[in-house]
Unconditional design. Structure first.
Length: 296
């Protein structure tokens, strides 16, 4: 099952973010910023407005107080970004880039696939009421090609790595999908247990909608079928209906308070918390039943 994973730094969904440049080799930094703009997701629910410092009004003092040629100073940039309606400033630095160990007389270094790139990112709220947060990010070429197979055919290996680095950077400030394995409840030999088992097979093949229909039939025929309740709760998670998911999971625990059913309820609420954190949502109307807020 694919579930939403909260960003590592802070959710910037629906926010305006100014990219304040990237320190490092000029052969990489400009191209990386370009890829950050190009690789920003455009799907519904993860919109973000990115811009560069070049798109801001450039009064003389922003250059006079710049920390480097590539990255303006916080003191100069923050009030300008705030006045222009930006919520966050994103600053980056290329810490390291290495090439695969090959003989230069066989393959020129400029044509060699880079082995990895290590970046350091810092996110600052223009409101000034949040402390800066940061994170390192290392992107290995081979791993990135497995993670993003569409980049494997990129002729320029350095560009492929920079595209992967931009996508991984998105994961720092935007939610992303990850694949979780879930355990479906297996029914005992009870009436309509065959429907539940057939639904399980459909769900394992990714057809959660048809599986939910079969589980629903089993539950309507036998309202105490906890296997159908548990599996329907997972189907509700698949369509992001966490309120119904928890209602079904809690009902299963009431009728059969097994370790499996209790762990299912905890897993569902943890996924709901991650979903709310990913998209900056308020607590659900029904509240939290089995998990607690993280310590500040």
């Amino acid at each position: 099952m694919h579930v939403w994973q909260a960003p590592a730094l802070k959710s910037a969904v629906g926010k305006r973010v100014i990219i304040a440049g990237v320190e490092g080799p000029r052969s990489l930094t400009g191209r990386l910023v370009d890829q950050l703009l190009q690789q920003a997701p455009s799907d519904a629910g993860r919109q973000i407005q990115l811009a560069t410092v070049d798109q801001l009004p450039q009064p003389p003092e922003i250059q006079l107080t710049s920390a480097t040629d590539a990255v303006p100073s916080d003191v100069a940039l923050m009030p300008i970004a705030r006045s222009e309606g930006f919520d966050y400033v994103l600053q980056g630095r290329v810490i390291e880039k290495t090439h695969q160990r090959i003989r230069r007389d066989v393959v020129p270094i400029q044509n060699a696939a880079p082995e990895h790139i290590t970046l350091s990112w810092r996110l600052l709220a223009t409101s000034g009421d949040q402390p800066p947060i940061g994170a390192p990010l290392t992107v290995h070429f081979d791993d990135a090609m497995q993670r993003y197979p569409d980049l494997a055919n990129e002729e320029d290996p350095t560009l492929a790595l920079l595209k992967a680095a931009a996508r991984d950077t998105n994961r720092l400030i935007l939610p992303s999908l990850r694949k979780d394995e879930v355990l479906l409840a297996r029914p005992y030999l009870t009436p309509l247990s065959g429907r539940v088992r057939k639904g399980n097979k459909l769900a394992k093949n990714g057809n959660w909608q048809m599986a939910a229909q079969l589980w629903g039939e089993a539950l309507r025929w036998n309202p105490l079928n906890t296997s159908a309740m548990v599996n329907l709760s997972l189907a509700a998670v698949a369509r992001q209906d966490f309120t119904q998911a928890k209602e079904l999971a809690r009902r299963a625990v009431r009728w059969a308070p097994t370790k499996f059913n209790k762990e299912n309820l905890v897993w569902i609420e943890l996924r709901q918390r991650e979903y709310h954190k990913s998209f900056g949502l308020d607590d659900p109307p029904e509240g939290w039943f089995v998990t607690f807020d993280e310590a500040p």
